[in-house]
Design a protein around this ligand. Structure first.
Ligand code: NAD
Length: 316
């Protein structure tokens, strides 16, 4: 009997990459992890540190440092190499440097014979995911940007805190760009199946004065709120990326808002943007096209146009 072990490679073993490795081993998501970085000693150090966790975990995971040649039979590759924005920069300001790095990574990976799933974290993530899709030649279902998965988790956290329920009892998406222009279709927010608008109406004395525009802004700025205090963010995004991998490895058919190729959905083509999608062993199985109000669609269009405009700066 041939037993196939699940392998994940992490390219870029800085703060986000090492946190993704930690999340993978502590949740027992795969049997092997290969840590890859331009700074091989850093990858080696992270692999050693992660290996030392195993004694106290429920599952054994082999962790080692490696190279792109090791990617041939890897099931999923998380790419998190790239310069995080410096204070005062937006995620879009890192486009040129990230694109250069992405090209130097994806070409040797594809030469190795890799045929699995790419999970892109590097910013600006929607544009980098699109670029990796173009560079790799893989089917659109196999290239996933983390997109607004982490923003949606933040949004749920804020709403849950307001209403006093568990975030997992909230259904809500932040959509469009993983960046300042992201938007929230409030007409599709539910608490335990009850429309949020009705929850507000029924609890006027407690939450009647909630400012939805401010909540949208707080969601879009949540990454910066963390960044301004600790200089960067990594646990939230690393856990979101691992959530995406779990949905793939466990064939969950879980709906997660990710950055994926739009081909006519929501009125757009040839652009990656954050929209809810069904994820299973085939990667993105299908997109969930929700019906937005006219006002919501205008905001979504504006956000996706921002991504499109910047995709034009890539040399493809
Ligand atoms: P970091 O500086 O801690 O780590 C980056 C790592 O990439 C370093 O170890 C570096 O050696 C490596 N690297 C650089 N060039 C490389 C190359 N050509 N090949 C292989 N490795 C290379 O940065 P970080 O805080 O971990 O952030 C990494 C990326 O993740 C940034 O692009 C950042 O903007 C992004 N990020 C995205 C989200 C999100 O929500 N999508 C959240 C946080 C960070």
């Amino acid at each position: 009997m041939a037993i196939k072990s699940r392998k994940v490679a992490i390219v870029g073993t800085g703060l986000v990459g090492s946190s993704a490795g930690f999340s993978l081993v502590t949740q027992g998501v795969c049997e092997e992890i290969i840590m890859i970085d331009i700074n091989h000693e850093k990858a080696l150090g992270e692999a050693m540190d992660l290996s030392h966790c195993i004694e106290y975990l429920d599952q054994h995971t082999k962790v080692r440092a490696g190279s792109y040649e090791d990617c041939a039979d890897v099931d999923a590759i998380i790419i998190t190499a790239g310069p995080p924005p410096k204070p005062g920069q937006s995620r879009l300001d890192t486009l040129e440097a990230s694109a250069r790095i992405m090209k130097s990574i994806v070409e040797p990976i594809m030469k190795s014979g890799f045929n699995g799933h790419f999970i892109i974290i590097s910013n600006p993530v929607d544009i980098m995911a699109y670029y990796v899709w173009k560079l790799s030649g893989l089917p659109k279902s196999h290239v996933i940007g983390t997109g607004t998965s982490v923003d949606s988790a933040r949004l749920k956290h804020f709403i849950a805190d307001l209403v006093q329920v568990d975030p997992r009892s909230v259904q809500a998406y932040s959509m469009g760009e993983h960046g300042d222009s992201q938007m929230v279709p409030w007409s599709h927010v539910y608490i335990g199946g009850k429309p949020f608008s009705k929850v507000i109406k029924d609890n006027k004395d407690r939450i009647g004065n909630v400012d939805l525009d401010k909540l949208t802004l707080d969601t879009a700025q949540a990454g910066w709120a963390v960044f301004n205090r600790k200089g960067t963010t990594y646990y939230g995004i690393a856990t979101a990326a691992v959530g995406i991998i779990k949905a793939i490895f466990n064939d969950e058919n879980k709906i997660i808002p990710v950055s994926t190729l739009l081909e006519g959905e929501y009125g757009f083509n040839n652009v990656f943007a954050g929209v809810p999608a069904v994820l299973n062993k085939d990667g993105v199985k299908e997109l969930v096209e929700i019906e937005m109000t006219e006002e919501e669609q205008i905001k979504f269009n504006k956000s996706v146009e921002t991504i499109k405009k910047h995709c034009g700066l890539l040399s493809i």
